[in-house]
Design a protein around this ligand. Structure first.
Ligand code: CMP
Length: 138
């Protein structure tokens, strides 16, 4: 059945001019863009988004990084969206990402890893609603 996932194109990928190439790969893989916006997170708002990682050693750096420049946030729709999107982007650490994946192509480090992808249907819904109201989803 068709369902949704949520992604962010992160500050490094946006700054490098890779947003268009990444969105093209996403559409070519069969994802439909339900909602899309360019936005800049404050450090506090980045911390809210990643609250689940608050106790991790990389949390403070992650919040600084995610608020260091504009991102694209998007809701995506496809059959098996969450799992298929994680396959498309590859491992969190680009050194371990498979050939042809978005992180293999565009990520610089485990932190500046080009894109985010939700890890469950429940988190996809929560993360999507963090950025988009119902009337912004088509
Ligand atoms: P993301 O999938 O968006 O989820 C958490 C983010 O924290 C991750 O991508 C990376 O950008 C960042 N991060 C930095 N260091 C680590 C790490 N050691 N393990 C996991 N995520 C990390």
């Amino acid at each position: 059945t068709t369902n949704r996932t949520f992604t962010m194109i992160k500050p490094d990928a946006v700054a490098d001019g890779n947003s268009g190439a990444i969105l093209k790969l996403i559409e070519e893989a069969g994802f439909r863009i339900v909602a899309l916006k360019k936005t800049l997170l404050t450090k506090e708002r980045a911390g809210e988004f990643y609250a689940v990682h608050a106790e991790r050693p990389f949390y403070n750096d992650l919040c600084n990084y995610m608020s260091s420049g504009p991102i694209y946030a998007a809701i995506l729709e496809k059959e098996n969206a969450v799992a298929d999107f994680r396959t498309l982007i590859g491992a969190t650490n680009p050194a371990q990402a498979a050939e042809g994946t978005i992180r293999k192509l565009f990520a610089k480090s485990i932190e500046a890893n080009a894109v985010h992808g939700s890890d469950s249907d429940e988190n996809a819904a929560l993360e999507g609603s963090f950025y988009f109201s119902k009337t912004e989803q088509f």
